[in-house]
Design a binder for this molecule. Structure first.
Ligand code: GLA
Length: 392
């Protein structure tokens, strides 16, 4: 972490000057509650210690000068020029933030920014939400913009939905801004009310197994799932006025109208309703300190994602199947949108080394390929870092 901060600091100093602020913006894991956010349901994510670091300072020439250290790329934009998507990847997240801030009537001038990080890209750890949150936090700080936390999250989501063109829910951006050290965050994605649940990481650790598979399918299938859920709501709302999303649907109501929908719609809806229930139950497990039951619910979540929501893949299924056999593993499931990326595993601290070794070996035996293992800890949400503290 210190090295990362120093790299960003020295790059900023050599390109611009020494007077800047530093923002640290985290990736996230999701303990349980997958594909529920865009159904107005519940999720239980946490910010992690893998982050993007942004050095940023205002300038007085209305230029936005951007430097992506890891890629060795730069991009420039002038605030008086027309603003549109470049299609070049990372610059669009910054330009999207500018566009959304302007749309919301915020006034600000140019800025110079340098960023880099250690969140694996495309692994399902929400590096893009981290990037958006980092830029929003930085611009708000240097131009003294009064943007409440909740609006920062919504603004980040708008950048994805409207500017970048990804139809994601609110989970990633929300936890990026509101996450707290050693806590999981239960979010009601309808009201945006949230509760923090202490998540002790003394004996049990979060370990991620990355298939390193990045599939384009993830985006198209994600949008198809959203439409299928909407279809289910459309059918069920005919029988109950209060149904606005799958959040409002009970299993009884769904079962009573099974015959009126295509089997695939029924399966998708059933999964979402069950997963919402699982999040509620998993939170009460945490309250009781019953991490074993919590872990069992993670397996239940994976089973539903694989068989009913059908967003898993052979590689993720194999990882969960193998993890289940290993001593000291309490729970395992695919995480995020699906079709690749990571599984999240709860592993007893003493067993982490042997877990990592065994998983690598078994995956290689079965598929002839390598996985990457990341040990991660729950960390704080996006915020300003005291440069002097990190420098010493
Ligand atoms: C992606 C989206 C989130 C959420 C998950 C699935 O990570 O960005 O909003 O829908 O998929 O739970």
């Amino acid at each position: 972490m210190k090295q990362l901060v120093e790299k960003i600091e020295s790059e900023f100093s050599s390109r611009f000057h020494d007077d800047f602020i530093l923002v640290k913006s985290p990736g996230r894991v999701n303990l349980i509650g997958e594909h529920t956010d865009y159904n107005d349901g519940f999720v239980l994510p946490a910010a992690i210690d893998k982050v993007i670091v942004v050095a940023i300072a205002p300038n007085d020439n209305r230029e936005i000068n951007m430097v992506a250290v890891d890629k060795g790329e730069t991009h420039h934009y002038h605030l008086d020029d027309p603003l549109s998507k470049t299609g070049k990847g990372w610059p669009d997240y910054i330009l999207g933030v500018i566009a959304e801030l302007q749309l919301n009537g915020f006034e600000f001038g140019g800025f110079d920014c340098v960023f880099g990080g250690n969140i694996p890209i495309g692994a399902g750890l929400s590096s893009s939400a981290a990037f958006e949150g980092g830029i929003i936090t930085g611009v708000a700080e240097i131009y003294d913009l009064d943007i409440p936390k909740r609006d920062r999250a919504l603004l980040g989501q708008k950048v994805e939905n409207e500017f970048v063109g990804v139809q994601c829910g609110i989970m990633d951006q929300f936890v990026n801004i509101h996450g707290e050290d050693d806590h999981a965050l239960k979010l009601d994605c309808r009201s945006l009310e949230y509760e923090l649940y202490p998540f002790k990481q003394d004996d049990i650790h979060i370990v991620l197994c990355d298939t390193k598979i990045r599939r384009e399918l993830a985006t198209s299938e994600y949008n198809i799932r959203r439409k299928q859920c909407e279809k289910g709501v459309e059918i069920l709302a005919q029988y109950d006025d209060s149904v606005e999303s799958l959040r409002d649907v009970s299993l009884e109501l769904l079962e009573a109208h099974e015959g009126e929908m295509e089997p695939v719609i029924y399966k998708r809806c059933r999964y979402v309703i069950e997963e919402n229930n699982r999040v509620e139950q998993a939170c009460s497990d945490l309250e009781k300190g019953d991490i074993e039951r919590f872990g069992q619910r993670m397996y239940g979540s994976h089973h539903g994602l694989s068989n009913m929501y059908e967003v898993s893949c052979e590689e993720l299924d194999i990882l969960v199947e193998e993890a289940r056999e290993i001593e000291g593993v309490l729970g395992s499931r695919m995480m995020g949108g699906g079709f690749g990326g990571c599984t999240i595993n709860l592993v007893e601290k003493a067993e982490i080394e042997s877990f990592s070794r065994t998983m690598k070996q078994r995956y290689n035996e079965r598929l002839g390929r390598e996985i990457e293992i990341y040990r991660t800890r729950i960390g704080a949400g996006a915020g300003i870092v005291e440069a002097t503290q990190e420098k010493n």
